[in-house]
Design a protein around this ligand. Structure first.
Ligand SMILES: [Zn+2]
Length: 289
């Protein structure tokens, strides 16, 4: 009995750490069959971590290197679709959290891709996650420091082989969270694509009196304004669960209209996330009073 009592503080500490520090969900490393979403955009991620391959006649763009151990899975998905991993010319991310960027050093080494990151996220990328306002001291959320080849600013374009991606600064979740947009041609029509960077307030995030990120709440508000202003036909994001990836990819096999064309789903997702943010903000303001 005495022994188990002595273990109590350790158990409590682990439970606490689990909610504050980096955790890996099982679906993050579960392989998912790659497929074409629309036009020149392909899904090459795992079940839980979204990665996108955008192919062009001058080489390909990869969005999200994900975990270090995701890189072999992404490579396999790219090759399974009939493309060469070594044709990856540009590497982009949704935001500077380990589950979207820890594999970047390996992708750069394997492909020689140019790494392009939003200005406010670039210092964290180059220091391997050090200085992150929420996870900066957590060893499990650190990754290999990776050189950024081009620092992006809000509204910058990334161009390759006729494809143009626009980087929209949508901060809050990280200081440089990036929502990517592009136009895609498919079946004689042109669609607006939005790849949401993350609108989520993670567990433990301080929205009030956050000394490491004083403007966090106004940044979230800015982010929701930006997301609501973006025209969206094809709704995608950093994790498949933002937009019902699994269910939509299953529906795609049945034929009929492309289920990823979902402007209403995008609108209601953004509205729901904004409500969740305001609820959390009100709660924290009440507690801070
Ligand atoms: Zn994140």
């Amino acid at each position: 009995m005495a022994k188990s009592f002595r273990l109590m503080p350790l158990v409590a500490l682990l439970l606490f750490a689990g909610s504050v520090f980096a955790q890996e969900a099982p679906e993050w490393t579960k392989p998912f069959p790659p497929y074409r979403i629309t036009g020149n955009i392909y899904y090459v991620g795992s079940q839980g971590l979204a990665s996108y391959l955008i192919t062009t006649p001058q080489g390909n763009i990869l969005i999200n290197s994900s975990l270090e151990k995701s890189v072999p899975l992404i490579r396999q998905s790219v090759e399974q679709l009939g493309f060469r991993f070594s044709d990856t010319k540009i590497l982009l991310i949704s935001h500077a959290h380990w589950d979207h960027c820890a594999g970047s050093a390996a992708v750069k080494e394997l492909t020689g891709a140019k790494y392009m990151v939003m200005d406010a996220d670039a210092p964290e990328i180059e220091s391997g996650g050090k200085g992150n306002f929420q996870y900066g001291d957590s060893p499990t959320s650190r990754y290999q420091p990776t050189k950024v080849d081009r620092v992006l600013h809000d509204g910058d374009e990334v161009r390759l082989g006729g494809t143009v991606l626009v980087a929209h600064l949508t901060p809050g979740h990280t200081k440089g969270t990036t929502t990517w947009t592009m136009k895609v041609a498919d079946g004689g029509k042109t669609y607006n694509v939005v790849i949401v960077g993350s609108p989520n307030v993670n567990e433990g995030y301080k929205l009030v009196n956050n000394t490491l990120y004083p403007q966090i709440a106004s940044d979230y508000e800015r982010m929701f304004r930006v997301l609501k202003s973006l025209p969206c036909d094809i709704f995608l994001g950093a994790h498949g669960n933002y937009y019902g990836m699994e269910e939509k990819s299953a529906r795609m096999k049945e034929g009929g209209p492309n289920p990823f064309i979902d402007p209403d789903g995008y609108k209601s997702y953004v509205e729901e996330r904004e409500q969740a943010f305001h609820t959390e903000l009100a709660k924290q303001k009440g507690e801070a009073r």
